[in-house]
Design a binder for this molecule. Structure first.
Ligand SMILES: Cc1cc2nc3c(=O)[nH]c(=O)nc-3n(C[C@H](O)[C@H](O)[C@H](O)COP(=O)(O)O)c2cc1C
Length: 159
C-alpha cells in the first residue's frame, strides 16, 4: 500500500517516530514546517492556546500531493490535549476522500484520548476514514526506546 507519513515536530520526538514509521513501511516522509515557529517558553502559552482552540498556523507550502497515497499517517505532538496548529493546518487544507488515515501522537503524559478524538473528528470532516492510531510517551524515555515503540507500531500496519 502506498503510504505517506506527514508530521509536525517542535522538539524532535514526533520526527523520530515519523522517520521510523516511514522507514519500516517504505513510505514517503513529509514534514510540516511553521513559517514563524513560536520560541520557547512562549509556545507553552500561545501555541497551547492555539491548539486548545483548534486554530491552524501558517505553514510552508506543501509540495507532496497527498492524493497519490492510499494511506496517510498524520503525526503530531499533543499540545493542550489537542493536535498542534501546524497539523490542524495540514488537515484543514486536505481532502482525505478515499484514503485511510492513521493519526499518531507523541506526548509528555500518557493520555492521548482527547487529542485522538479531536483529530479523528477533523479528519472525518474532511472525508477521511481513520483506520488506526497510536501514541507514544516521550517524557523520560530515550530516543532509542521511542524508535523501538514506533517500529512496534509500524508492524501493525505492515501488510
Ligand atoms: C505547547 C505545548 C503543550 C503541550 N501539552 C501537552 C499535553 O497537553 N499533554 C501531554 O501529554 N504533553 C504535552 N506537551 C508535551 C509534548 O506533547 C511532548 O513533549 C511531545 O513528545 C513533543 O513532541 P515533539 O518533540 O515532536 O515536538 C506539550 C508540549 C508543548 C510544547
Amino acid at each position: 500500500m502506498k503510504s505517506l507519513v506527514v508530521y509536525y515536530s517542535l522538539t524532535g520526538k514526533t520526527r523520530l517516530v515519523a522517520e521510523a514509521i516511514a522507514e519500516a513501511l517504505n513510505a514517503t516522509l513529509l514534514e510540516i514546517e511553521e513559517r514563524r515557529p513560536i520560541p520557547f517558553p512562549f509556545v507553552y502559552l500561545s501555541g497551547g492556546f492555539a491548539a486548545f482552540t483548534n486554530r491552524g498556523s501558517k505553514i510552508n507550502p506543501i509540495d507532496v500531493d497527498s492524493k497519490q497515497y492510499e494511506r496517510i499517517f498524520v503525526g503530531s505532538p499533543v499540545w493542550a490535549s489537542r493536535p498542534t496548529p501546524a497539523i490542524n493546518s495540514f488537515i484543514y487544507q486536505t481532502n482525505f476522500e478515499g484514503r485511510s488515515v492513521i493519526p499518531f501522537f507523541t506526548m509528555g503524559g500518557d493520555d492521548s484520548k482527547k487529542a485522538l478524538a479531536n483529530i479523528t473528528a477533523k479528519i472525518e470532516k474532511r472525508q477521511g476514514k481513520v483506520a488506526g492510531s497510536f501514541a507514544i510517551t516521550s517524557y523520560k524515555v530515550s530516543d532509542g526506546q521511542i524508535i523501538a515503540r514506533a517500529k512496534e507500531a509500524a508492524r501493525t500496519y505492515s501488510s
